[in-house]
Design a protein around this ligand. Structure first.
Ligand code: GUN
Length: 292
């Protein structure tokens, strides 16, 4: 059984990015610049955004963090996005989700200039992804593709079962795995809350991507011997004995599932570490497209 270590794969992607940035600077060019917008102070969002900003610095990207109050209006956020759209020094814009309930996420996503949409959530980006055109791939599915590539996991002709149809992970993941890409070419089944006998569908899978957001949902009896299991879950489960008072659990019951698999991602230390690598790759791609 191979543990798909996100730290190793992410470091490898980031090393290449760092070298590319150094080349740009040697040529007298400016560094790629990511703008992150955080509204309010959701604990998980704070952690993710801080990590995005830190990792930009590690590889030599510029970043700007814009914070708005939890009570900010939709208009304020849309104004902020317009300013970032118009700023020639900003290559990528991300608005951390979820947003407070007075703000429409859809309106916000659609306000971002698609040429700066490094999260890949804009309908233009999604449409291009579905059509197999060059675009920004949402960070988590992108990170998973980079992980498959790093560990050279064969996907061609395999049956992939994706659990969860979210716009952020499950749906774009199903598109990527079914597409004619080096780590695509799977036959894909996209499962969700209305799928009857999900366990039976999972048992048919050569590759399982669990992205439903329910701690330890995938049990050993749902997994075929020798399957590849990708765990996207990051649920905080209360645990008074843990340092922070909670523990992070994946969507897969790792201890019982891992021994049956060909390869599996741990949680933490798996997919989570790859997502920012995907975001950083998108930011460099945005920079290159914009600066020609
Ligand atoms: N919230 C959860 N995942 C993501 C992501 O990939 N991007 C943004 N902007 N917000 C998120």
């Amino acid at each position: 059984m191979l543990i798909l270590d996100g730290k190793i794969a992410a470091e490898s992607v980031k090393n290449v990015l760092q070298q590319e940035v150094q080349q740009l600077l040697v040529q007298g060019k400016r560094a790629p610049h990511l703008a992150a917008v955080l509204v309010g102070n959701n604990g998980a969002s704070e952690t993710y955004v801080a990590s995005k900003v830190k990792q930009c610095a590690e590889i030599g990207f510029e970043s700007t963090l814009i914070r708005l109050d939890a009570t900010a209006s939709e208009g304020e956020l849309l104004d902020t996005i317009r300013q970032l759209n118009d700023d020639d020094n900003i290559d990528g814009i991300l608005v951390q989700l979820p947003l407070p309930k007075q703000i429409s996420e859809q309106k916000v996503i659609e306000a971002i200039n698609p040429t700066k949409d490094v999260d890949g959530f804009h309908p233009v980006s999604v449409g291009k992804l579905v059509q197999g055109l060059d675009t920004f791939i949402p960070a988590t599915p992108y990170g998973i593709m980079l992980m498959l590539e790093h560990f050279n996991i064969t996907t061609k002709g395999k049956h992939a079962v994706v659990i969860g149809r979210s716009n952020i992970v499950g749906r774009p993941m199903s598109v990527l795995l079914s597409s004619n890409l080096p780590y695509g070419n799977c036959t894909v089944t996209l499962c969700h809350s209305q799928t009857p006998d999900l366990a039976a569908v999972c048992r048919e899978a050569d590759i399982i991507v669990a992205a439903l957001g329910r701690a330890e949902f995938v049990k050993a009896d749902m997994v075929k011997e020798g399957a590849v299991v990708i765990d996207v879950g990051i649920t905080r489960v209360d645990d008074p004995t843990a340092k922070k008072g909670y523990r992070i659990k994946g969507d897969v019951a790792y201890a019982e599932v891992a021994p049956k698999t060909q390869a599996i991602t741990p949680v933490p230390g798996g997919v989570g570490l790859m997502t920012i690598a995907g975001l950083l790759k998108n930011t460099l791609a945005a920079y290159k497209r914009r600066t020609g």
